[in-house]
Design a protein around this ligand. Structure first.
Ligand SMILES: [Zn+2]
Length: 67
């Protein structure tokens, strides 16, 4: 496991693969943080209750809570 925490986007909640990213590759937001918790992988957004609740339409890795 990597020791440094990955970054997540505050706007679309995506967890980023690039630990040095300054903007979110998904939505272009510069509002990214390493202060997040809960990790979910959404594979089929249309069939996922979690994705519906979070308002997610695209498959990907997401943070449940971002501060
Ligand atoms: Zn984003």
């Amino acid at each position: 496991m990597p020791t440094k925490k990955r970054l997540a986007c505050r706007d679309c909640l995506r967890v980023l693969n690039d630990k040095k990213a300054e903007t979110c590759p998904a939505c272009g937001s510069a509002s990214i943080t390493d202060d997040w918790s809960g990790y979910v992988v959404i594979i089929h957004p249309q069939q996922s209750d979690v994705a519906q609740i979070m308002g997610i339409n695209e498959p990907g890795q997401y943070a449940l809570k971002v501060r």
